[in-house]
Write a protein that binds this ligand. Structure first.
Ligand SMILES: *Cc1c(COP(=O)(O)O)cnc(C)c1O
Length: 386
């Protein structure tokens, strides 16, 4: 059996894989088993923030892996403490809970919201409201949080205590909050899986003011948008928000499983001993990797991310075959005239890996992708879309 057949036989059939086996790479170039090279504009879905096999990242991982690769959370390790400090200093948040996946970070946020509301507003206040067309993960509870019916159908009964409203429709939200049972609102500033849709700043401003007035938590899911992806450390910073909880994962450790729920002043002491935990959460190798990623997201580096974004937006806006460009920073969506799947296939044949999100072609390049690769990839995408 070749690898495709072995995988199809033994790996659960949850992923519709492309017929490509990636074996190695460096930066934004990856190579398949036949030696064909691709410019990678997917970054493992916004995970490899500094590309593949990046030297700084490898050094950070290697140093830690030779010291101690895992310790239980019964003991202190330096990378975990230093990463939590760095994340708080860069955001103004107060405390961090570490997990392994985006779904796990959102589970933590939901537990924090429930416990905070029970203690401060009474046991009837437990609902977490999210946006329609949102995506918050695949565990049963984060599936309930996800505002897309088609993910729900096969897995009833879901976790109760969730409601959804249309982005921009404050009246719908106010109706949900009228009986005082809403503990928190959880949003993505740019919906990723929902089709690379950036929220309207006026809506988020109004939402944030309303939640503050009514003592309802604002929780921002930055699993995909976080860690420099949108040209700011976190996407909420583009909107001037002050969330009570921020969750992040994908790009945080640049390619190792790590997630974080950042807790603001209001909720920093909600979780106490025994309230929550995770065996691998805060793993020293993952945290050392993340510390190296976070330390490189300087103001000047983020300015470069924004410049690269502007370059791509200007190349694609109004180009033949491109109906519209959406998103923020290096998280961009292209509504193409041709079906996205056709464009993605043509890109792949010509040596560029891109993703889809709903009907759009989705671009999530490494944040440090060199300009000449970005230019070359844009040429190939434009030719494929024409
Ligand atoms: C990917 C994603 C998740 C889920 O992350 P996992 O690591 O797959 O659990 C949650 N929220 C958003 C916004 C995401 O993009």
């Amino acid at each position: 059996m070749n690898i495709f057949e072995t995988d199809k036989t033994y790996v659960a059939g949850t992923y519709n894989r492309f017929p490509v086996e990636i074996v190695s790479g460096r930066g934004s170039l990856v190579r398949d088993v036949n030696g064909k090279e691709y410019i990678d504009l997917g970054s493992g879905i916004a995970v490899t923030s500094f590309g593949v096999a990046d030297k700084v990242w490898i050094a950070a991982v290697e140093k830690q892996i030779r010291q101690v690769q895992h310790m239980s959370n019964l003991y202190y390790t330096e990378p975990c403490a230093l990463l939590a400090k760095a994340l708080c200093e860069k955001t103004g948040m107060s405390k961090v809970f570490f997990g392994n996946s985006g779904a796990e970070a959102n589970e933590c946020a939901i537990k924090v919201a429930r416990k905070w509301a029970a203690e401060n507003k009474g046991p009837a206040c437990s609902t977490v409201v999210t946006l329609k067309n949102s995506f918050h993960g695949r565990t049963l509870t984060t599936l309930s949080a996800t505002g897309q019916e088609h993910y729900h159908e096969l897995f009833q009964p879901l976790t109760p205590g969730f409601a959804h409203f249309e982005a921009g429709n404050m009246e719908e939200l106010k109706a949900l909050c009228a009986d005082g049972t809403v503990a928190a609102v959880l949003i993505e500033c740019v919906q990723g899986e929902g089709g690379v849709i950036a929220m309207d700043p006026a809506f988020l401003k109004e939402l944030s003011a309303y939640l503050k007035e009514n003592d309802i938590l604002l929780m921002v899911d930055e699993v995909q948008t976080g860690n420099g992806r949108t040209g700011q450390m976190y996407a909420y910073m583009n909107y001037g928000l002050q969330p009570d909880v921020v969750t992040t994962a994908k790009g945080l450790a640049g390619g190792l499983p790590l997630s974080a729920a950042l807790l603001g002043d209001k909720v920093k002491n909600v979780l106490g001993y025994g309230d929550h935990g995770s065996t691998f959460g805060g793993n020293p190798v993952a945290c050392a990797a993340a510390l190296s990623v976070v330390n490189r997201l300087t103001d000047s580096f983020l300015a470069e991310v924004r410049q690269k974004s502007e370059y791509l937006v200007s190349r694609f806006t109004g180009a033949p075959g491109i109906e519209s460009v959406s998103g923020l920073g290096l998280m961009l969506g292209l509504q193409t005239v041709k079906p996205a799947s056709e464009v993605i296939k043509a890109c792949m044949e010509n040596g560029v890996l891109v993703l889809s999100a709903k009907s759009r072609v989705r671009l999530l390049p490494a944040l440090n992708i060199p300009m000449e690769l970005l230019e070359k990839a844009a040429d190939i995408i434009l030719a494929a879309a024409k």
